[in-house]
Write a protein of this length. Structure first.
Length: 443
């Protein structure tokens, strides 16, 4: 058993025992009161799900195993001469709850490199799709095409014991995460670079090799890719792609089936496509104003016209956060350190100055601050990745780290099939009628 697997096994067994003790003593306690508005409102804010890798706080933002993004940028191992954390280190942390050493991260990079060979039939399956198929669809298909290699599926069909589910899930997770950058880069080069593919460089770390296979050798871009893949990796279990992974995985579907479903959720306009909408909105503003260096006053007027037209300002507001997204602030700091003179980045910063006061003045917006999507597109464009239909693919590669680490935990802890109770509106009406009816006399 390799060192990461051994550490994960020990940690998961200890927590499994602790959870059983907690439920034995406190299992009947009420955690949350569900309101009718929550029944109709997408189950918002109902605490009813276990998710080990991360927790989202409305004030402090996402915390991975208790560590904030600023703390991770300081504490996680970095590449040689690099300043940004390696995503491999975050994966180790999410899986074990322990900050890894440089040697442990080096081991993980090398392990993923050994596992990264993609079966030839996967590329042939992708090539069978029309070239104008959305890259997210191509990635989902590519992941599904790898499902025939699933260790979990093969061992389950052979009569695997429940106590071994976590082991097979771990193997699938490691193989899938290792292969994803190769598949995603293949799609990018197929669609946008006339199938001029770039072979992997196993001397590079996971994020830098992804940048290399996309065709970008700029060290700044490689550093940004490490940061991007780290800060987008997870956002607790309630978001659509994470919850989809958990739901599908709870049926004992293997990580390939579960993660492919997550990609389909991430592809939705209300989830992963948001960064594309930000880029489109900024480009439209620049076109309308006729300048790449608009003033704050010009931006303010454009924002007001957007709101007056019944549209939202993309990249602003978050369902949970009540302060600026730390993921946005991490990217802002990266740009201040590396590309402070980019016109597009400067526009993003001016929007940051202008939008919150305007949204706050409306009196209806709980969070007028930018989220992660408000910044990422501008950085990618600066480094030359202008094909914004591909941005969600990069998001998806990052998100695999968190959702698949969580699936390992789900199997290790033996979490059950997710099956919430639903009701009809007719049931709701009858419920309300009974609750409002006067009590019978004499009772």
């Amino acid at each position: 058993m390799d060192q990461l697997k051994q550490l994960f096994y020990e940690k998961s067994q200890n927590l499994s025992k602790e959870i059983k003790e907690i439920l034995a003593e406190h299992g009947t306690k009420i955690v949350d009161d569900v309101q009718l508005s929550q029944v109709y409102g997408g189950m918002r804010d109902i605490t009813s799900m276990l998710w080990e890798p991360s927790l989202l706080d409305s004030e402090q933002g996402i915390r991975f195993r208790g560590f904030s993004i600023p703390e991770l940028r300081e504490k996680l191992p970095r590449a040689a001469n690099g300043k940004e954390p390696l995503p491999e280190g975050l994966f180790w942390l999410m899986l074990t709850g322990v900050l890894p050493t440089k040697d442990q991260v080096k081991w993980l990079t090398e392990n993923w490199n050994r596992r990264a060979n993609v079966p030839e039939h996967v590329f042939k399956t992708i090539d069978a799709l029309p070239i104008d198929t959305h890259p997210m669809t191509q990635l989902s298909v590519g992941v599904m095409a790898m499902q025939n290699t699933s260790v979990f599926a093969q061992r389950y069909s052979s009569g695997m014991q429940k106590t071994e589910y976590w082991d097979a899930t771990y193997e699938d997770t490691m193989n899938l995460v290792a292969r994803l950058p190769r598949v995603a880069a293949y799609i990018f080069r197929r669609v946008y670079r006339k199938e001029d593919h770039v072979l992997p460089d196993i001397s590079l770390d996971w994020g830098a090799n992804f940048a290399h296979m996309l065709g970008f050798e700029d060290e700044g871009f490689k550093e940004y890719m490490r940061l991007f893949l780290t800060i987008h990796a997870d956002h607790e279990g309630g978001n659509a792609s994470a919850h989809t992974t958990h739901l599908v995985g709870s049926t004992l579907s293997d990580p390939y089936l579960s993660y492919s479903a997550a990609l389909n959720a991430l592809a939705g306009p209300l989830h992963g496509l948001a960064n594309q909408e930000v880029v489109r909105w900024i480009q439209k503003m620049v076109e309308t104003l006729g300048t790449t260096k608009p003033t704050r006053e010009q931006i303010g007027e454009y924002v007001k016209s957007t709101i007056a037209g019944g549209r939202v300002v993309p990249g602003y507001g978050h369902a949970v956060l009540r302060k600026p997204d730390p993921r946005y602030m991490a990217q802002k700091q990266f740009c201040e350190d590396n590309i402070p003179d980019s016109d597009l980045v400067k526009i993003v910063w001016k929007i940051f100055d202008v939008v919150p006061p305007i949204l706050s003045s409306l009196g209806k917006v709980k969070n007028p601050w930018p989220n992660v999507d408000a910044h990422s597109g501008a950085v990618l464009i600066h480094y030359g990745l202008k094909e914004y239909n591909f941005y969600t693919v990069i998001f998806g590669i990052s998100r695999a780290l968190g959702v698949l680490a969580a699936q390992c935990w789900s199997r290790a802890l033996g979490l059950p099939l997710e099956r919430p109770k639903s009701v009809t509106t007719e049931w709701v009406k009858e419920f309300l009628a009974k609750s409002e009816a006067p009590a019978e006399e004499g009772k």
